[in-house]
Write a protein that binds this ligand. Structure first.
Ligand SMILES: NC(=O)C1=CN([C@@H]2O[C@H](COP(=O)(O)OP(=O)(O)OC[C@H]3O[C@@H](n4cnc5c(N)ncnc54)[C@H](OP(=O)(O)O)[C@@H]3O)[C@@H](O)[C@H]2O)C=CC1
Ligand SMILES: O=C(O)[C@@H]1CCC=N1
Length: 266
């Protein structure tokens, strides 16, 4: 087992949207070179094309990925996890297994991996591709101290790592894992509004995107309460409060909460 993040061998079983975002983030930030990344997927020809762009190794079999790797990320759809683990169950036992699958927690892996396996259930998100991701991690895990440190050193370079109780991992997933879709819808909506009022579409998207990024950065760097951030923009009798009132009339916050309830099954 290599002892520094930059010299580990990282494998992905499944190399779709999420795995590619993680690999892209690592390679483009310089955190890990593509030559230390190994991947397999359902369709080898498609994998070869994406792997080539990132300079990562494309393998035909999951067994080859496991053999080549210290850390193995399980990045297939949740319903396929058991199917991909079963043939490599024994060889996975000596590795650090990182799950990114929604709804697959510590207890689930205790049931399908070999006894005394080292595993951690996480939920990353797609902005990890540009070094601005989140990796929500279940507090209960069985990585060794060294594996844990390597994991945090590596992914901490491209994501905020948050540890949550297992029963809250799905909520963390709804907020941060699914959230980029909701944020992108807000971005698209602001873009449409800008276009409706005459702004060129790309200008409207750039304005809206920088505004969203800056607002998030302001929160993360100052810890100012979101309500206070809103109040600071709303001048008495000014323009912003008119927009806030319109959003409230249409149940903006309730609609957002409903979206999370819909995922959580409430
Ligand atoms: N997308 C997201 O934003 C997030 C996703 N996740 C989780 O990440 C996981 C992957 O999701 P996502 O990347 O979106 O899904 P994708 O459909 O984009 O990717 C799935 C990958 O699995 C591969 N695959 C399918 N069957 C096999 C197999 N038998 N052996 C090896 N690889 C296989 C596919 O290959 P091929 O395409 O060639 O068939 C593809 O590369 C899921 O468990 C999801 O819950 C978690 C957080 C966020
Ligand atoms: O929609 C999904 O199933 C995955 C899980 C979290 C984000 N995307």
């Amino acid at each position: 087992m290599a002892d520094t993040a930059s010299s580990i061998e990282l494998g992905f079983i499944g190399f779709g949207n999420m795995a590619q975002a993680m690999a892209q983030g690592l390679v483009n930030s310089g955190a890990l070179s593509g030559e230390h990344i190994h991947a397999c997927a359902g369709h080898f020809d498609k994998l070869q094309a994406t792997a080539e762009k990132l300079g990562v190794h494309a393998h035909r079999e999951a067994a080859e990925v496991v053999e080549a790797s210290d850390f193995v990320v399980l990045a297939v759809k949740p319903y396929l996890i058991e199917q991909v683990v079963e043939p490599v169950r024994e060889t996975l036992a000596g590795k650090a297994v990182i799950s990114v699958a929604a709804g697959r927690d510590f207890a689930f892996y205790e049931g399908i991996l070999a006894p005394n396996s080292h595993h951690l259930s996480t939920i990353p998100n797609t902005p990890i591709a540009v070094g601005a991701g989140v990796v929500a991690c279940e507090q209960r895990h069985s990585l060794t101290d060294e594996q844990l440190q390597t994991f945090e050193n590596l992914f901490g370079q491209i994501a905020l790592i948050e540890w949550v109780d297992g029963k809250l991992l799905s909520t963390a997933s709804s907020i941060a894992g699914c959230g980029p879709a909701f944020a992108a819808m807000f971005l698209e909506a602001l873009g449409d509004a800008g276009v409706k009022h005459g702004l060129p579409r790309q200008t409207a998207y750039r304005l809206a995107a920088q505004m969203m990024m800056g607002t998030s950065k302001l929160y993360l760097e100052t810890g100012t309460h979101p309500g206070a951030m809103k109040d600071a923009v709303c001048s008495p009798g000014g323009t912003t409060i008119k927009g806030v009132a319109a959003l409230e009339k249409d149940g903006f916050r309730g609609t957002v909460i409903d979206a999370i309830d819909a995922i959580e099954g409430e």
